[in-house]
Design a protein around this ligand. Structure first.
Ligand SMILES: NC(=O)c1ccc[n+]([C@@H]2O[C@H](COP(=O)([O-])OP(=O)(O)OC[C@H]3O[C@@H](n4cnc5c(N)ncnc54)[C@H](O)[C@@H]3O)[C@@H](O)[C@H]2O)c1
Length: 333
């Protein structure tokens, strides 16, 4: 039986039908929490009711935009911890449709935080931010003091949402933790919507036994983080006492080690890797190499990533093979 750290604790998960959110929901149910989900099942994002089907009878699910004050007020009343994962992940879509990204990643967050202030002012908020806010790293590994200089609208709007969270803490004393996540992979990531990032594309191709295309020479570094490890980071961030009197903390959450895109691709498909030039727009928003310095988060919570990429990929492929009819049917990547 899982630990029961959340036994009887009332939690809200926004974006709880999406990739990371639904994995967090499964863990919270195992840990005994009383879980409410708010998710707008936004077209083009990775939300999917199938992701929580196994635990559906132990959840309250509200299908609504987090900016919908009326729907959200019902969901927020009496919550103790709010895991705020609703958002759009696509960098390329943020270029083709910046206003959409603004609406989903910034305006909806601003409205949601106003609702939190009214309906759940004591609850701790844990927000899923992104390494994307840093832009092209000026040094590696990237720590929290690295300049913020996003290369696309997604990074700009995630940064705006971070600033809203910081103000929420400073103006209204609402305890707030911002986690800047690196690239996450694992079960329940949608393979049926486009632009979910390179790892979804690589996984879909590996499952179909197709070659993987790598943009550039494959030497760019990433610190891939298995979803169970990021879920554990959220669970700890929800309950660990804040380290100082300030009600706000921002911390990177990274993977176990940096690896090249070539190694990532080869782990999935062996030698069946083709190196191709970057499409023009991808070249403009490519950040080169990235990996996280997450010592701050580790020191605060004692967390460390436990699943190496080779092991995480075995588990991921196994999951998709078991649920192939649902996740692979109509895969667009
Ligand atoms: N996946 C990654 O590698 C990664 C890396 C860094 C940060 N993040 C952040 O983590 C969060 C979760 O990402 P994911 O990969 O699970 O994405 P996902 O697309 O699988 O899930 C996001 C969910 O949020 C919902 N949503 C989006 N906007 C909403 C709104 N305004 N109101 C209600 N619901 C809304 C979508 O319907 C979807 O179910 C996002 O905020 C993302 O920016 C993810």
């Amino acid at each position: 039986m899982a630990e029961q750290r959340y036994k009887g604790i009332r939690v809200l998960v926004t974006g709880g039908l999406g990739f990371i959110g639904s994995n967090l929901v499964h863990a919270l149910v195992r840990e005994g929490a009383e879980v409410t989900v708010v998710d707008g099942l936004i077209s083009g994002c990775g939300g999917d009711e199938y992701n929580v089907a196994e635990v559906r009878d132990r959840l309250r699910v509200i299908i609504a935009d987090i900016g919908d004050r009326e729907a959200v007020s019902v969901a927020l009343a009496d919550q103790q911890v709010i895991f705020n994962l609703a958002g759009e992940v696509s960098h390329s879509m943020s270029i083709s449709c910046p206003e959409r990204d603004l609406r989903l990643n910034a305006l909806a967050q601003l409205r949601f935080l106003e609702s939190c202030r009214v309906w759940a002012p004591q609850a701790r908020i844990v927000y899923a931010s992104s390494r994307q806010i840093y832009g092209r790293p000026r040094y590696l590994p990237v720590d929290e003091r690295h300049p913020v200089d996003p290369v696309d609208f997604n990074g700009v709007h995630k940064w705006a949402a971070e600033c809203y969270h910081r103000l929420q803490a400073r103006l209204y004393d609402q305890p707030t933790v911002v986690l800047r996540l690196t690239n996450v992979y694992g079960p329940r990531q949608s393979l049926r919507v486009s632009c979910q990032g390179f790892i979804a594309t690589f996984i879909a191709r590996a499952l179909r036994r197709e070659p993987v295309l790598v943009y550039g020479d494959g030497s760019q570094l990433r610190d891939m983080l298995y979803v169970d490890d990021v879920v554990e980071a959220f669970l700890l961030a929800g309950l660990t006492p804040l380290p100082s009197a300030e009600p706000y903390l921002v911390a990177n959450v990274g993977g176990p080690r940096p690896m090249t895109l070539s190694e990532i691709a080869r782990t999935l498909v062996g030698d069946d890797v083709h190196y191709v030039p970057f499409p023009a727009i991808s070249a403009r928003i490519d950040i080169g190499s990235y990996h996280s310095d997450d010592r701050l988060f580790r020191a605060w919570t004692g967390w460390q990533p436990r699943v190496d990429f080779a092991e995480g990929i075995v588990r991921t492929l196994e999951f998709y093979r078991q649920h192939a009819e649902h996740y692979l049917h109509g895969a667009v990547n």
